[in-house]
Design a protein around this ligand. Structure first.
Ligand code: AMP
Length: 126
C-alpha cells in the first residue's frame, strides 16, 4: 500500500500524462529513472521539475515503495541534472512539496530545482 496522506496514485494526473507523452513538456533530461522538464510557470530563471518514472504520490510513498535502485537513480539524476544546468558552482535549491500544507498541486512525487539567481533565505510563507 502506498504510504501517503494523498491517497492512491491517480493515473490521470498531469505528470503521468507527460510521462505517457499525451501532453508536451519542455524536456531537459530523460534517463532510466527520471524525466526532467521546465516548469510551466517558472519562479526563477532556472526552474526544472524532476519526476520519477514510477507511480509515486509523495516522498514517503517513493522512499518506501520504490526499489532501492530507483531511489538511488532518482537522486543521482537530480544531482546530475543540476550539474548539467551549470548550477553547481553558483548554487541552487531543491524542494519537494508534500501534501496539503505544502500546497502540492500535482500528486506525482517531484523535485523542483531552482537556480539562476540568488534565491534568498528559505522562508515558509503562508
Ligand atoms: P507542486 O505545487 O509542488 O505540486 O508543483 C507543481 C508544479 O507543476 C507547479 O510549479 C506548476 O507550475 C507545474 N506544472 C503544472 N503543470 C505543468 C505542465 N504541464 N508542465 C510543466 N509544469 C507544470
Amino acid at each position: 500500500m502506498p504510504v501517503s496522506g494523498l491517497g492512491p496514485y491517480d493515473d490521470s494526473n498531469i505528470f503521468a500524462r507527460i510521462l505517457r507523452g499525451e501532453i508536451p513538456a519542455s524536456r531537459v533530461h530523460e534517463d532510466e529513472w527520471v524525466l526532467a522538464f521546465h516548469d510551466i510557470a517558472p519562479q526563477a530563471p532556472v526552474h526544472v521539475l524532476v519526476i520519477p518514472k514510477g507511480r509515486y504520490v509523495s516522498l514517503a510513498d517513493f522512499a518506501s515503495q520504490a526499489p532501492a535502485a530507483a531511489v538511488a537513480g532518482f537522486w543521482r539524476s537530480v544531482a546530475q541534472i543540476a550539474q548539467t544546468l551549470e548550477l553547481e558552482a553558483p548554487g541552487y535549491r531543491i524542494i519537494t512539496n508534500i501534501g496539503a500544507d505544502a500546497g502540492q498541486e500535482v500528486p506525482h512525487f517531484h523535485v523542483h530545482i531552482f537556480g539562476g539567481r540568488p534565491l534568498g533565505r528559505l522562508v515558509a510563507r503562508e
